[in-house]
Design a protein around this ligand. Sequence first.
Ligand code: GTP
Ligand code: MG
Length: 321
Amino acid sequence: MNFQDLQRVETFQTYLDLALRKGRESRAGMKRPGRKVAPIDVIKNKELLRLSTVNKTISRALNRILTRFPTLDHLPPFYLSLLKATLEYSQVKKSLGALNWAVGKVNTFTTLYTVKLKKARELSLVHHLPKEYVGRISSVMRQIADPLIYLEEVRKVMKRYPAIKTELPTVAIYGFPNVGKTTLLTKLTRSTPEINSYAFTTRNINVGNIRMENRTIQVVDTPGILDREKKMNSIEMQAELVLKHVANVIVYVYDLTEPYPLKDQKKLYARVRKQYPALPIIPYLSKVDILEAGKIAASGLKCLTDYKMVEKEILRRLRVR
Ligand SMILES: Nc1nc2c(ncn2[C@@H]2O[C@H](COP(=O)(O)OP(=O)(O)OP(=O)(O)O)[C@@H](O)[C@H]2O)c(=O)[nH]1
Ligand SMILES: [Mg+2]
C-alpha cells in the first residue's frame, strides 16, 4: 500500500467557500430560456441549479477524501497495527464517519430545499429559501471542522508509512545499527537508499525488490535495533511490525567489526528466534573483507558471508514454504 499520494485535507471553510462560489457561478452562467418562461420560474431555475451545484461540489470534495483514505476495515494487519500504534484508531474512524454523515446531510437538505423551492409561489420565498439552505449547509460543514483538521494530521502521519506490498513474499533484514543491513539490501536489489558509516542512518523502512525465476521478492531493510528493555520508539516498532505481519524470511546481520558485543547480537538473534518461531532466519556476517583472520572461527558463528549465497538461501527458504 502507498499513502504518499494522499491529498491534503482542507478546512471546512475552504470546501464551503468553494461550493458556494461554484453555486453562484452556476447561477450567473445559466443561459436565458429560449421560450417564454415566467420571471419567477427563471429565478427558481437559477436557484435550483445553484443548490445542485453546491451539493455536487461538497459531495465530490468529501467523497474524494473518503475514497482516497484507506477503508479501515480492509487494512492489511501490518498497516492496521501501524495505524493503531501511531494514531487514535477510534478517532480516525469517527472522523471518516463524520464526513460520510455530512455528505448524507448535505444531500438530504438539497433534496428538501429543491422540493420546497419548486413548490414556492411567491417571489419573496424563492429568494428566501436558498438563503436558508446555505445556512443549513454551512452549519453541517461547521460540524466537520474538527474531523477535517484531524484527518489532515492523519494524512501527514500516514504519508510517512513505508510503501510495503503486503501480498508479496517478503524478506526482512534485521540486526543492530550500522552492521550493514542497508548495504546488503543494495546488493540484493537495485534500490539505492542512504548508507553511512554511523549508526541509525536508516530512519525509515527501505524497500527493494528481487526479480528471480519470474517472481518478485520484496526485501525490507529495517532500522537498526538496540535490544532494549525500555519502550520501543516508533521506528523500532515499525521494524517489529514488519517481522510480525509481513516477513516470510528474516536475514539477521551479524557484524564483528562494530562495537556492539557479539554476546548482545546473539541475544537479539535469540529473541527474534523465540518470538517468531515460524519464520526461517538466515544469519549473515557482514564486512568479512575487513575482518581480521581467525575472528570468524573464534566467534563460533555459522553464517553466510556472501550476498549471492544469501540470495540463493532466500529462494530456497521461500520455495519450501
Ligand atoms: N568493508 C565493508 N563495509 C561495509 C560492508 N557493509 C556495510 N559496510 C559499511 O558499514 C557502514 C554501515 O552500513 P549500513 O549499510 O548503512 O548499515 P545499517 O545496518 O543499514 O545501519 P543503520 O541503518 O544505521 O542501522 C557503512 O559505512 C558501510 O559502507 C561490508 O560488507 N564491507
Ligand atoms: Mg540502514
